[in-house]
Design a binder for this molecule. Structure first.
Ligand code: IVH
Length: 688
C-alpha cells in the first residue's frame, strides 16, 4: 500500500459511499457483499486504530453509536407543514379551480408524486455534510434523531457536490423515512424467530425503528429515505420548479421517488392518481395516496399558505384497504416451534390487491380481545404484504347463531398435550419433532431460501416426504435417491433429478445459513449471522456455554438459553453430525483469520481516569485489537484497567480475582499488541 493512512481512509470512504449509492439508490451493485464487507472492515479498523481520523460523515457511522438517554429537541429552521387532503375527484377539481382562479390562469402545471406512508424527517447539510436530522414533531419542534438517520444506508452522509462551482453552505432536505416492503417482511420474520411481537405494518416498523434510543437497533432495521422537497437553502440557488428541484437533489445523490412526473391540469392529476393506484401494490414501498404540487415555485409563493398547510399542494388519498367478509370457521395451525396459531377461514374477499381466504388471529388473547366468533362479519385488513388479519368484528351485524372458538387441549395434528408458559400468550404442542406438523415446518425452514436454499423443495413435496416416511430429519434429505422419489405423486424423473441436484448444491453453504437452518428457537437470520461471525467455526459455537454466548453482540440470556437447550438435546447433535457426514460444509478460513486479532474476544472493563487518553480512545483502541469493552465487572471480565481514583469496579475485580492493569501496564499492552495487530491485519487482508 503506497497511500498514507489518511489517504487510504479517504479512498475507502469514497469507494464505500459510491457502492452504497449503487446498491441502495440505483439498485445496481457493482461488487459483491463480501468485497464490500472487506473495505468496510478495513475502514473500521483504521478508524479505531487512528481515532483522530474518525469523522461523523464516515460510512462506518451507519452501524450506530452509543445509546442515548433521550432525544434532544430541535426547533425547525422552517416549519414542517402538513397537507390538505382530498378523498374524491370533486375535491381535486375544486382544488384545481381555486388554484387557477388565484393564479389567474387557464391551466396549471403540476408536479405529482406518490404520498409515502412513513415518517416525515428533515435533514440538514452544512457545506455538503449531513450534520443534523429531526422528526416532524408538532411541525415547529421535532426530535433530534441524527445518529439514527446516519444508519440509513441510502441517506447520503455527504452530498455529491462535484459538479457544483462551490459547496452549498446550508440546505434542509425534507422527505420520508420508510421501510421497504421486503425489509418489513424480513423484519417480521426475524421477530417471529425471536418470539418478539410483530409490527402491524411497514409504517409502524419504520416509526419504531427510527425512534430507538439505541441507534445500533436502528442500524439493524433497514430503513430507507426518500426526499420530496427542500426547505431553507443558503449559498445556492435551486431551480425554479419543484420537479427540477427534485432532479437537482437527485444529482446531489439524494434519493428521490422514481414515480414523480409533471402533468397539466386536473385531468393530468386524475389520470396520474388512477395510474399510481394501479401500480400501488407493485411498488416496493407503501403509499397512501398521491401528492399534487403546483410545479412553478413563484406560483407556489403566490398561492401561499393557509393555517398549517400550503395552498399549492394537495394529498389525494387512497381509500383504506379493508373489506368485509364472513368468518366461515376458525382452525389451528401448528408452527415450527409448536406454536398453535388460530386462523380464520373466510369467504374469499378482494383486499389490498389480492383475494384473501385466510387471516391470522395471532393468538388466543388477541382473539378474545377482538371477540371474534365463527359466523361473524369482520373487517379484514391487509397492510402491504403482511399476512392478512382480522381488524375488527362488525358487532352491529353479528348473527344470532355465532359460535365461540376454544383452543384445543391437544395438538390437532399429533394429539400431544398443548401447554402454555404462564408469561406467554402462545399455546404450544409438546410433541416436538414427533409431531408431523413441526417436523414438516422444520424441514421447510431448513430448505427455505435464507437457510440451505434447496430449490424446488416446497411445502407439498415436504408433506409427501414426511407422510411416506422417507424423511424424518433434514439429514434424511441427503439420503434421497431417484428410486425413493419415484414413489411420490406428480414426480417425474426430470423433476426428481432436478430436486436431487438442488439438494446436492445445498451442501455448499455458509456457517450463518447453517446455523439459521437448524431452526433454533429465537435464532433468526441476523442472530445466526452474528453467531457465525463471532465464533467462525461450528465447533466453537457448539462448545460455547451460556456465558460465552452472551458475549456475542445482541445475544441476551433468553437466546443463549434457547441455544444451549438446543445443543443439550442429543437428537439435535445427531442430526448435525449426520448433516456434516453427508457433506454439508462451508468455508471457515476467512472468518478464522479475523479472529487472529491479538485480543480477540477478551473482555475489558475501564474504570477510573486515565491520564494519557480519554476513555473513548482507550475503548476504540481495545476494540481495534479484537477486545470487547463492557461497563460492569463480572465473571466474564478478563481484565480491569484501573486509572486514577478507581472505585467499586476495582474492588469487585479484586473480589472476583480478575487481572487488574494500571495505566502503565495498559499502555504497554496496547503498544505490544498494536504492533502485532498491524501484521495480523495485513495477513487477514491477504487471506480475505
Ligand atoms: S410535501 C409543505 N410530498 O405527508 C408540505 N409530503 O400530510 C410538505 N408525505 O408530513 C409535504 N409523501 O410526511 C409531501 N410526496 C410527498 C409526501 C409527503 C408523504 C407526508 C409528509 C407530510 C405529510 C402531510
Amino acid at each position: 500500500m503506497s497511500e498514507s493512512v489518511p489517504q487510504r481512509i479517504a479512498h475507502l470512504r469514497g469507494e464505500i459511499e459510491r457502492h452504497n449509492y449503487q446498491y441502495h439508490v440505483l439498485d445496481t451493485p457493482l461488487i459483491t457483499d463480501a468485497e464490500y464487507d472487506i473495505m468496510f472492515r478495513e475502514l473500521q479498523t483504521l478508524e479505531t486504530l487512528y481515532p483522530l481520523l474518525a469523522t461523523p460523515d464516515s460510512p462506518t457511522q451507519r452501524v450506530g453509536a452509543a445509546p442515548l438517554l433521550s432525544f434532544a429537541k430541535v426547533v425547525h429552521h422552517t416549519p414542517m407543514l402538513s397537507l390538505n387532503n382530498a378523498f374524491n375527484d370533486e375535491e381535486v377539481r375544486a382544488f384545481d379551480a381555486r388554484t387557477r382562479e388565484t393564479l389567474g390562469v387557464n391551466e396549471v402545471e403540476y408536479s405529482v408524486e406518490p404520498k409515502f406512508d412513513g415518517l416525515a424527517v428533515t435533514l440538514i447539510y452544512q457545506d455538503g455534510i449531513f450534520v443534523q436530522g429531526a422528526t416532524r414533531g408538532d411541525g415547529e419542534v421535532g426530535e433530534d434523531v441524527t445518529q439514527n438517520l446516519r444508519t440509513i444506508r441510502n441517506l447520503p452522509l455527504r452530498l455529491d457536490i462535484r459538479q457544483l462551482a462551490k459547496p452549498i453552505s446550508f440546505i434542509e432536505i425534507r422527505g420520508e423515512v420508510l421501510m421497504f416492503k421486503h425489509d418489513f417482511i424480513a423484519l417480521n420474520r426475524e421477530q417471529v424467530d425471536k418470539g418478539d411481537k410483530l409490527f402491524a405494518n411497514p409504517r409502524n416498523a419504520a416509526a419504531g425503528s427510527l425512534r430507538q434510543l439505541n441507534s445500533r437497533i436502528t442500524s439493524s432495521r433497514h430503513l430507507s429515505f426518500l426526499a420530496y422537497g427542500a426547505g431553507a437553502v443558503e449559498g445556492f440557488t435551486l431551480p425554479d420548479s419543484h420537479f427540477e428541484q427534485l432532479a437537482c437533489l437527485k444529482k446531489l445523490a439524494v434519493p428521490v421517488p422514481q414515480e414523480g412526473r409533471v402533468v397539466d391540469g386536473v385531468d393530468g392529476l386524475l389520470i396520474y392518481y388512477r395510474e399510481i393506484a394501479e401500480l400501488r401494490h407493485k411498488l416496493p414501498y407503501e403509499i397512501d395516496g398521491v401528492v399534487y404540487k403546483v410545479n412553478n415555485i413563484s406560483q407556489q409563493a403566490q398561492l401561499g399558505y393557509v393555517s398549517r398547510a400550503p395552498r399549492f399542494a394537495l394529498a389525494h388519498k387512497f381509500p383504506a384497504e379493508e373489506a368485509l367478509t364472513t368468518v366461515l370457521d376458525i382452525e389451528v395451525q401448528v408452527g415450527r416451534t409448536g406454536a398453535l396459531t388460530p386462523v380464520a377461514r373466510l369467504t374469499p374477499v378482494f383486499v389490498g390487491g389480492v383475494t384473501v381466504t385466510n387471516a391470522t388471529l395471532h393468538n388466543e388473547e388477541e382473539l378474545r380481545r377482538k371477540d371474534i366468533r365463527i359466523g361473524d362479519i369482520v373487517s379484514v385488513r391487509r397492510a402491504g404484504d403482511v399476512i392478512p388479519e382480522v381488524a375488527r368484528v362488525i358487532f352491529e351485524r353479528r348473527p344470532v347463531d355465532v359460535r365461540e372458538f376454544n383452543m384445543p387441549r391437544t395438538c390437532p395434528i399429533c394429539g400431544a398435550q398443548v401447554t402454555k408458559q404462564p408469561d406467554e400468550a402462545i399455546w404450544r404442542c409438546s410433541g416436538g419433532l414427533f409431531c408431523p406438523a413441526q417436523r414438516k415446518q422444520a424441514l421447510w425452514h431448513f430448505a427455505s431460501r435464507r437457510a440451505l436454499d434447496i430449490e424446488g423443495l416446497g411445502e407439498k413435496l415436504i408433506d409427501q416426504l414426511v407422510e411416506h416416511q422417507l424423511v424424518h430429519t433434514p439429514a434424511d434429505l441427503y439420503k434421497l435417491n431417484l428410486q425413493a422419489l419415484a414413489q411420490l405423486d406428480r414426480m417425474g424423473e426430470k423433476s426428481a433429478q432436478n430436486l436431487l441436484g438442488s439438494i446436492e448444491n445445498s451442501k455448499q453453504t455458509t456457517l450463518a445459513r447453517f446455523i439459521y437452518a437448524l431452526g433454533i428457537r429465537n435464532v433468526g437470520e441476523t442472530t445466526a449471522k452474528g453467531l457465525a461471525r463471532h465464533f467462525a467455526t461450528l465447533d466453537s459455537f457448539m462448545a460455547a456455554d451460556e456465558t460465552r454466548l452472551q458475549l456475542v453482540p445482541d445475544i441476551g440470556p433468553i437466546v443463549a438459553q434457547s441455544i444451549s437447550t438446543f445443543f443439550a438435546e442429543p437428537h439435535n447433535l445427531e442430526v448435525i453430525a449426520k448433516l456434516r457426514a453427508a457433506g454439508v460444509q462451508w468455508p471457515e478460513q476467512a472468518e478464522k483469520a479475523v479472529r487472529l486479532l491479538p485480543l480477540n474476544a477478551k473482555v475489558f472493563v475501564l474504570t477510573g481516569t486515565l491520564i494519557s487518553m480519554s476513555r473513548d480512545e482507550a475503548k476504540s483502541r481495545l476494540e481495534a485489537l479484537g477486545a470487547r469493552v463492557t461497563g460492569s465487572v463480572s465473571q466474564k471480565t478478563d481484565y480491569v484497567v484501573a486509572g486514577a481514583e478507581a472505585g467499586t469496579k476495582l474492588d469487585k475485580a479484586q473480589q472476583l480475582n480478575i487481572a487488574v492493569l494500571d495505566e502503565q501496564q495498559f499502555l504497554q499492552l496496547l503498544s505490544t499488541n498494536e504492533m502485532s495487530s498491524t501484521a495480523v491485519y495485513r495477513k487477514v487482508m491477504e487471506i480475505l
